[in-house]
Design a protein around this ligand. Structure first.
Ligand SMILES: *[C@@H]1O[C@H](CO)[C@@H](O)[C@H](O)[C@H]1NC(C)=O
Ligand SMILES: *[C@@H]1O[C@H](CO)[C@@H](O)[C@H](O)[C@H]1NC(C)=O
Ligand SMILES: *[C@@H]1O[C@H](CO)[C@@H](O)[C@H](O)[C@H]1NC(C)=O
Ligand SMILES: *[C@@H]1O[C@H](CO)[C@@H](O)[C@H](O)[C@H]1NC(C)=O
Ligand SMILES: *[C@@H]1O[C@H](CO)[C@@H](O)[C@H](O)[C@H]1NC(C)=O
Ligand SMILES: *[C@@H]1O[C@H](CO)[C@@H](O)[C@H](O)[C@H]1NC(C)=O
Ligand SMILES: *[C@@H]1O[C@H](CO)[C@@H](O)[C@H](O)[C@H]1NC(C)=O
Ligand SMILES: *[C@@H]1O[C@H](CO)[C@@H](O)[C@H](O)[C@H]1NC(C)=O
Ligand SMILES: *[C@@H]1O[C@H](CO)[C@@H](O)[C@H](O)[C@H]1NC(C)=O
Length: 536
């Protein structure tokens, strides 16, 4: 009796799982749909709370020739899943852009995707109930159909503007060159570290955590404190390197081994008058000297820190020439493993700058380590726009653009802000992919969250970008695209249609045939299929 009932129920569930719908492919039902809420912007957010959070339906095993097709769109979808098959060319729509996948041409290996564990992010998460916190952490770090599967976390060393106070790890009243008064703060011990440990547990062993400073303590600096025009006094270069080492060791002792450190956040900004953000000014030559003569030797000569990667850059794309200048030093070149870029100037600089950097330094990785929207990007207040599709579209465009130009990691700035876009001690509010509303014990997954997830969930570490050749008619060349091959031998193609009308594309794989897809207005897509004909 019980068995019969169970069978009947199971049958109903099975019947419910795949249902034919109009349009191409078969829609897979199930999972937890987005609990949509509209504010005053172009699209909606998905609301999660202590008892509910959206998740895509589980993906059925794919036969060779089967395609899992995830879609998010301005008008209604969030990572919804359809199944297609590669078919004969005869069924193809005329006038579609043809995208040819060529896995024999491979480019950079991907490191991952992630976001910033700022003080504000940690405060916002910890202010939610523990059940809601779990949903939030799983949304970013879990290994499930409801997760972005983030594999990178960027951690500020001490205060940034996204803190509730300005501080460093040694705010002694008088110079303290031996760093006797150095200490991690409650922000680290009670907020950021427990969350990073929780994220590590959810993500498995793959989470890579890296750190960088915004400012040295005031007593080490020439002129101003944390946030005026200021720079490091040359007599404290070694002290500053020791400060990095102390930070790395204390984090390691508390269970967080940093994979990498960067020299400085936005080093060019510390020479800008009246710039309110915590910062410290450098020139390329000073950075090179600090790296070659102080930080490099300090880390490399300490057995517990010797394998810490060193990242330079951490500034806008139009400051890449600073990195080139640093890399003129032979020792600097040997010590550096990556150049980090922030996205804020991408709309008015050319991505070919990344190609040039890669051509000159092909052994170095290029990472995007900070991106967000805020009043400083133009458009004024409010900083947080709940449901803005344009912001998500531009995230997707940027990720497609820079991964097509040798970038192997892409990170968001604050993982979580409050509904105002903070907290931020200087009022420099910004938007984020997740916005927490502590009063309601709920959080909102912005369209930007899905934009990143279209990549991060499907492109695991070790994937390689592969050639995706568009030969198109005049109508669909405005579809944006990039393709990867994962270590599991899946091909992942990400597409975006930013136009106000539908676009048709044909994805063509030499081993499997062709698949015709119709991309609605303002939509983003991830296709996953097994590579065939791997004749070994
Ligand atoms: C949580 O969200 C679900 C789905 O939207 C809703 O049904 C439920 O009432 C919410 N719970 C609370 C406490 O708001
Ligand atoms: C794909 O092909 C398989 C095998 O022929 C078939 O069972 C399945 O229904 C097809 N799926 C779609 C979405 O057409
Ligand atoms: C291309 O777009 C134009 C204008 O929207 C349309 O008239 C034409 O039919 C399209 N061509 C194809 C081949 O789809
Ligand atoms: C040590 O640092 C703390 C802040 O962490 C500060 O309040 C205290 O005054 C400092 N001690 C000295 C001797 O400067
Ligand atoms: C924090 O900022 C205020 C105002 O800009 C400044 O007076 C103070 O010295 C700063 N604190 C530190 C630790 O630099
Ligand atoms: C300190 O910073 C302020 C604000 O950026 C700037 O106006 C001032 O010139 C700086 N002081 C010195 C001595 O550089
Ligand atoms: C690459 O090297 C060339 C020749 O050394 C130099 O002119 C160019 O500026 C470099 N590219 C970048 C992005 O700096
Ligand atoms: C998105 O990018 C486009 C092209 O650079 C730009 O015109 C538009 O203003 C951006 N949208 C937002 C919300 O910034
Ligand atoms: C946050 O929650 C409070 C309490 O439910 C509500 O009044 C407020 O409108 C919410 N804010 C947003 C941006 O939804």
């Amino acid at each position: 009796m019980v068995t019969a009932l169970l069978t009947a129920t199971a049958l109903l569930v099975v019947l419910n799982v795949v249902s034919l719908t109009a349009g191409s492919g078969v829609r897979v039902e199930g999972g937890q749909p987005c609990a949509a809420r509209w504010y005053n912007y172009s699209s909606f957010v998905c609301v999660c709370n202590a008892t509910y959070c959206d998740a895509s339906p589980p993906r059925p095993a794919l036969a060779v020739g089967g395609i899992a097709h995830y879609t998010s769109s301005r008008c209604g979808q969030r990572l919804t899943l359809r199944l297609h098959n590669f078919t004969d060319a005869t069924e193809l729509r005329s006038g579609a852009a043809r995208l040819r996948v060529d896995t024999s041409q491979q480019f950079q290996q991907m490191l991952g995707f992630g976001g910033g564990m700022t003080d504000s992010t940690a405060f916002n998460i910890r202010a939610l109930s523990s059940a809601t916190q779990q949903h939030l952490l799983r949304s970013y770090f879990g290994n499930s159909d409801g997760s972005s599967r983030y594999s990178l976390v960027r951690v500020p060393m001490g205060g940034t503007d996204f803190s509730v106070r300005n501080y460093t790890y040694d705010d002694s009243k008088t110079p303290d060159p031996s760093l006797k008064n150095f200490s991690l703060q409650p922000e680290d011990i009670e907020y950021k570290i427990p969350l990073i440990l929780a994220a590590q547990r959810l993500a498995g062993n793959g989470l890579k955590v890296h750190a960088l400073p915004w400012s040295a303590p005031r007593w080490m600096k020439v002129y101003n404190g944390t946030n005026g025009v200021s720079w490091l006094q040359s007599k404290y270069y070694q002290t500053w390197a020791d400060y990095f080492a102390k930070f790395l060791k204390e984090y390691a002792q508390l269970g967080v081994d940093m994979w990498a450190v960067s020299l400085q956040n936005e080093p060019s900004s510390g020479s800008v008058a009246n710039y309110g953000v915590n910062n410290m000014g450098w020139s390329a030559q000073w950075l090179r000297r600090f790296l070659e003569d102080f930080l490099g030797p300090t880390l490399r000569s300490d057995s517990s820190l010797a394998d810490t990667d060193i990242i330079i850059g951490e500034d806008l794309r139009d400051y890449l020439y600073w990195s080139e200048e640093i890399l003129e030093g032979e020792a600097a070149q040997r010590l550096t493993s990556a150049v980090a870029v922030h996205w804020y100037a991408d709309s008015f600089t050319s991505p070919t700058m990344l190609d040039d950097l890669h051509r000159n330094h092909s052994d170095l990785s290029i990472f995007y380590t900070e991106s967000c929207y805020g009043p400083f990007m133009g458009g004024g207040y409010p900083a947080v726009r709940l449901g803005s599709w344009e912001r998500a579209e531009n995230y997707t465009s940027d990720i497609i653009q820079v991964t097509n130009h040798w970038t192997s990691a892409w990170e968001d700035w604050n993982m979580v802000v409050n509904t105002e876009g903070g907290p931020n001690w200087i009022g420099n509010y910004a938007d984020a992919s997740i916005v927490a509303n502590v009063t309601a014990d709920e959080f909102y997954k912005q369209p930007m969250y899905y934009a990143i997830a279209h990549f991060s969930r499907f492109v695991p570490r070790g994937s390689r970008r592969v050639k995706l050749q568009m030969d198109a008619d005049a109508n669909s060349t405005d579809v944006e695209s990039v393709a990867f091959l994962t270590p599991q031998d899946d091909v992942v193609v990400v597409l975006q249609n930013k136009q106000g009308t539908r676009r048709s594309v044909v994805v063509s794989d030499p081993q499997l045939g062709e698949a015709s897809l119709s991309l609605p207005a303002h939509s983003m897509h991830t296709l996953v299929y097994q590579r065939a004909g791997n004749t070994v």
